[in-house]
Structures are given as C-alpha cells and as structure tokens.
Design a binder for this molecule. Sequence first.
Ligand SMILES: Cc1ncc(COP(=O)(O)O)c(/C=N/[C@H](C(=O)O)[C@@H](O)C(C)C)c1O
Length: 388
Amino acid sequence: GFFGKFGGSFIPPMLEVPFAEITKAYNDIKNSPEFIEELKYVRKHFQGRPTPISFAKNLTEHCGGAKIYLKREDLNHTGAHKLNHCMAEVILAKHLGKKKVIAETGAGQHGVALATAAAYFGLECEIHMGEVDVEKEHPNVVRMKILGAKVVTVTDGLKTLKEAVDSAFGAYIQEYEEAIYCIGSVVGPHPFPMMVRDFQSVVGFEAKEQFKEHENKLPDSVVACVGGGSNAMGIFAGFIDDKEVGLVGVEPLGRGSKLGDHAASLTYGEEGVMHGFNSIMLKDKDGEPAPVYSIGSGIDYPSVGPEQAYLNETGRTTVGLCDDKEAVNAFYALSQLEGIIPALESAHAVAYAMKIAKTMDKDQTILVNLSGRGDKDIDFVVDNHPIP
Ligand SMILES: Cc1ncc(COP(=O)(O)O)c(/C=N/[C@H](C(=O)O)[C@@H](O)C(C)C)c1O
C-alpha cells in the first residue's frame, strides 16, 4: 500500500482486521465480471456516463493561446466526480455485508454522492461535516438529508474538513462490524488511495478516447485542482503512460503563502503522517496538521494523496497554484463566456488553465477536469464577490 515512501496504513491495531477485510474484498471483486458489469451498468444507466468533453471556444479566444477543453464531471449525476467512487464504494460495502456507510464531507459533494449511492443500493448513510461547511454549502446539506442521510455537524477545531474526517473516523471505529468508512478522496490508510484512484480512473480512460474526437493528438497539458487528489488522479490515469502529456495538479493559494492562509500541501508541506497515511502535509510548529484555508471547501485539506506526492517527487506531475481571487475570476469567466458555472474547487483548475493558455501556442491544447458544478457556491460567491 505504498507509493514509494508515501501511503501505508497507520491505523489503531483494532482496525487492522477490518482494513485487511476491506483490502481482501476489494482485491477479490475488482476484476470480477459481476463487479465490472454492475459498475458499468450504474455508470451508464444511473450516473449518465460518459460525461462529454467540451471545447471552451470563447474562453480559448478570451485567453488568446492554447485551446482549452473541459472534461465535464459537472454533468455527472449529483454534479461532481465524487459519485464515480461512491457507487463503487457502496457496491464494495454491499459485498462485505455492511448495513451502513460513514464518511466526511467538506464541499458536500462527496456527502451528497455517498447519500445518493446509499439510497440507490439501500444502505444507511451517515455524513460528518464541519459546522463552517454546513453553513457555507447549505444546499448540499439539504440534499443529503432529502436523500435520507444523517448529517453530523462537527464543532471541533476549525470546524471544516480535517475535523470532519477525525469525527467520521471516530464514529466508524465505534461500529466497524456493521459499517464501512467510504472516504471521499485518494487519502486515508491503504487500500483507500488505491481504490478511490481506481474508481476515478474511468474519467481519464473516457477522456483519452474522447479527446481523439476533438484533436488527432493527445493534449499537451492535463490540469486538475487538488484537494485530496481524487479528480486529478482520475483524469491523470488516462495519460500517465504518455510522457509527452504534462500533468498539473493545481493547489489552492487562498489568501497567500502564509501558513494558515492556503492549503498548498505539496508546495509548502513536508513529509508526515495524518489520517492514517504518510504524505506531504502542512504542519504547525508542533508537527500537527496546520490550519488551512481556501475559498473552495473541497480543497482546504492539509495533506494530499500519497500517490500524488509520489508522482510529484518523481517529476511525472507538476504543481500549479491558484489563489482565491483567480478562482473567483475564473468562476465568473467560465459562467459568462461558456455558460458553465463551475464549482469553486474546479475554478482553480480553470484559472490555472487560463494562465498557462496565454503562454502557449494556438495549436496547443489543455484538458481541464471540470470536477463539479457551482450550484452549491452561487450564494456564497455572489454575497462575497459582486458579479462583474
Ligand atoms: C467539486 C469538487 N472538486 C474537487 C474537490 C477536491 O477533491 P479531490 O478531487 O479529491 O482533490 C472536491 C472535494 N470535495 C469533497 C467533498 O465534497 O466532500 C471534499 O470536501 C472532501 C471529500 C475531502 C469537490 O467537491
């Protein structure tokens, strides 16, 4: 369960057996025809896959350089890429005979996606969410409840993502016989980073095929925002072996480079273990996870997936930065130029693509993973950043 020195499974001894069971069950089913068929079925007939790739013609002309293409995970059912791993996680839960799924959420997209998958497959769902995010992503909280999930509001610490993970994991430890933890990104102890990356790889495989319909060559650059790294790993999966394709993970610079003002783990972090895995994380002076901030609730996480850390260390991927201002600018630019309102998290990838497009030739191409739609963010953005 390691990616170089990153990853692993740093869990309390009492969880060793349950996690071994999850790992074994996943290895048993991942290549089974039944699992593959069931996943293909729900992706086509329930999620509405494949999602299209859209050429952002007006945004391209606005930037005046490389052609910008968007992989439309905002059109995936529930409005983000998260359902790609949630449906598979709940199929695994069913296979393990579990009655209940437990998870954290920050932006609420993972929470909504897991509640959706749990409703579809008939399992109980419990989502832990920081009080700050419950306020900010209110539409998603209402959706989770309508879908039948129990939402636990977390009021510890900064009341955002890290605390939600701590709280959800604590709840899971109390009932690991009949419940399973369904993590929301390529983070956590082995086997989660591998599993979630596998479940998200459908995005990259689709994109590689679809891109040929637009251009008879591979994209020069594939760009995705990075919170834990699941939407990035998903689209990278389609191009990882094509060394000529640049893979860029965009980290949130928030209000600036001072610790506490951003969540750019790979850019400013150092090696460390949190939430059961070793990766590159932002630490405070006591070596604990540092407070982090981003306008995007889904990307304000003080660590990053271990595979992401490994790919960055080996140079296969590079890291881009985008601050709050650039993200809001991209949020409005995509809306007004292309008629697509992006999630604030995804707007970080769009902003970075806009930045590099200007420096590239007109026959070069950038493929952005548009990880989600912005319905959850519209009130917050309009209230805090007047419509230009
Ligand atoms: C639309 C959208 N785009 C990107 C992200 C960042 O998550 P990754 O793709 O795993 O880096 C997110 C992350 N959202 C999670 C959530 O909705 O709960 C996140 O907050 C937690 C699972 C960590 C997202 O909602």
